[in-house]
Design a protein around this ligand. Structure first.
Ligand SMILES: NC(=O)c1ccc[n+]([C@@H]2O[C@H](COP(=O)([O-])OP(=O)(O)OC[C@H]3O[C@@H](n4cnc5c(N)ncnc54)[C@H](O)[C@@H]3O)[C@@H](O)[C@H]2O)c1
Ligand SMILES: C[N+](C)(C)CC=O
Length: 489
């Protein structure tokens, strides 16, 4: 099996130590690839290449229109190779190929969006209060960017970082999760083919506590952008303080889905399922806290259970599969412990709470879709991110109570509210402390709208215009057209 290599300074390379890692299909634990396993030295080599390309290379001063054209070419190539990319993503993560195809459309859309945005902000002329002067504000790239991505949406999360960083003229080193590097490797082949100059975009494979920590610590990195868990985010924030790096953190969520009695009942049930069981709940914005108005609670739970019973688990490459496995044995163990904690705390199992018995699923990291009722907001299972196919159900009777429950969290990534009462929806949205709030929808995102968290769900925003601005410095240039001595001294 050919080794999946790193891409450093425009060359495909093994790790300096020659170490490798087996990449496992979570559906059956088969080895699907062998990847180079980089270390601190590989990260340093890539950072040096990115530093050199930023300080002495053409990319930062290449006209934004030309950079945009190259970013657009990457979008074209992703569309060309969509099927191959989707298959790699599903082999690596276990998600259905149908879902991976959707991810690839989204990813191409992100590159396209930033390709088109690249040359749209040419800065600003200020009406200077000083006679005979010109005052202007220009946008410049931040410098060398370190980018660290998680395993649940490997290439999608990478696209939110790569596309704006390149469009804005930065150079970068990206590190995917060590267990899901395959689509990163493939997209770097496309980045090379699109004509991004050597040293501008670098890919280092390997673990977080070595490669990731080096990206966070190294003083030659000007900005670190991280998507992943809250505990890792805290470590990165601390490390980034070494040279006051610019910091963007996209962390976890424990997202409330508030359903009022006047909501469209069937649609709310359907979307409540989708909000959690899509990708087996391994989504930062999964609607894992179902908050139901008491008068509809029993019927809603009963109907939900009936529908959840029919969710088809299986191989992501089988077109009838609706939900794949969890990512790894380690993660499966975490989800098992998380549900056990909820049961010990007094939650009632409405369905699931175990592994499936189907013999065909025994080699995969499967866990049954699970609904826990009788949950109270102070339970660990309600407060902690489980990152699996598990819904906790709470009840409310008044609008204020619903909002208080929704906000009772250290997280603030996303939330939803379901009602036909427009005024009620707007009142709730105004009080819900989250970066994204959906009215009569859940889990929707697109390149044009910013994404990120309130509270401990993160710092900064990806996507939208703000997603480009994260990768730009703002410089004020004052030009005195008639310099004269001040004669103070
Ligand atoms: N807010 C969002 O948009 C968003 C999107 C996707 C995932 N997430 C979050 O990601 C988490 C799941 O992903 P995960 O398990 O891969 O997270 P994780 O924090 O374990 O790992 C994420 C990345 O950080 C690296 N890493 C680990 N330790 C590190 C260290 N000390 N220094 C630097 N890098 C380090 C890992 O190798 C990986 O590449 C969930 O909490 C989920 O909510 C958030
Ligand atoms: C940000 N999103 C929803 C694409 C993936 C979160 O895990």
């Amino acid at each position: 099996m050919a080794i999946k290599q790193q891409y450093i300074d425009g060359k495909w390379v093994d790790s300096i130590s020659n170490k490798t890692r087996k990449i496992i299909n979570p559906f059956n634990q088969e080895v699907v690839a062998v990847a180079a396993e980089g270390d601190i030295a590989d990260a340093q080599k890539a950072i040096a290449a990115a530093r050199n390309a930023f300080d002495y290379g053409p990319w930062p001063t290449t006209p934004a229109t030309v950079r945009g054209r190259i970013v657009g070419k990457i979008a074209d190539l992703i569309e060309r190779d969509k099927e191959a990319l989707a298959e790699l993503e599903s082999l690596d993560t276990g998600k259905t190929v149908e879902e991976s195809r959707g991810d690839m459309d989204d990813i191409a859309g992100v590159f396209r969006y930033y390709a088109e945005l690249a040359d749209k902000d040419g800065g600003e002329i200020i009406d200077s209060p000083i006679p005979n002067s010109v005052s202007k504000v220009v946008k410049e790239p931040v410098g060398v960017c370190g980018q660290i991505t998680p395993w649940n949406y490997p290439l999608l999360q990478a696209s939110w970082k790569l596309a704006p960083a390149l469009a804005a003229g930065n150079t970068l080193v990206i590190k995917p999760s060590e267990i899901t590097p395959l689509t990163h490797v493939k997209v770097f082949q496309l980045i090379e083919e699109a004509g991004v100059p050597a040293g501008v975009a670098n890919l280092v494979l390997g673990p977080g506590d070595t490669v990731g920590a080096e990206l966070s610590n190294n003083v030659d990195v000007d900005l670190i952008s991280f998507t992943g868990g809250i505990q890792t985010g805290k470590k990165i924030m601390q490390a980034a303080s070494v040279n006051v790096k610019k910091l963007a953190l996209e962390l976890g969520g424990k997202n409330p889905n508030v359903i009022f009695a006047d909501a469209d009942f069937e649609t709310a049930i359907d979307q409540a399922m989708n909000a959690v069981f899509f990708h087996a709940g391994q989504i930062c914005s999964a609607g894992t806290r179902l908050i139901l108005e008491e008068s509809i609670h029993d019927e809603f739970v009963q109907k939900l259970v009936e529908r959840v019973r029919n969710i088809k688990l299986g191989n992501g490459f089988d077109e009838t599969t609706q939900m794949g496995p969890l990512i790894s044995q380690e993660h499966l163990n975490k989800v098992i412990n998380y549900v056990e904690m909820g049961i010990k705390e007094g939650a009632t199992v409405a369905i699931g709470a175990k592994r499936p018995e189907d013999p065909e699923l025994q080699n995969g990291f499967f866990y049954l879709p699970t609904i826990l009722t009788n949950c109270k907001t102070d339970m660990g299972v309600v407060q902690n991110e489980g990152f699996g196919p598990v819904i906790t159900v709470e009840k409310f009777t008044t609008e204020d109570e619903a909002i208080n429950l929704a906000n009772d969290s250290i997280y603030g990534l996303s939330g939803g509210v379901w009602t036909k009462d427009i005024a009620k929806a707007e009142r709730c949205v105004a009080k819900m402390r989250m970066g994204t709030v959906w009215i009569n929808d859940f889990n929707l995102y697109f390149p044009h709208a910013p994404w990120g968290g309130f509270k401990q769900s993160g710092i900064g925003r990806e996507l939208g215009k703000t997603g480009l601005e994260e990768y730009q410095e703002t410089k004020h240039v004052f030009h005195n057209l008639n310099p004269e001595p001040i004669n103070w001294f």
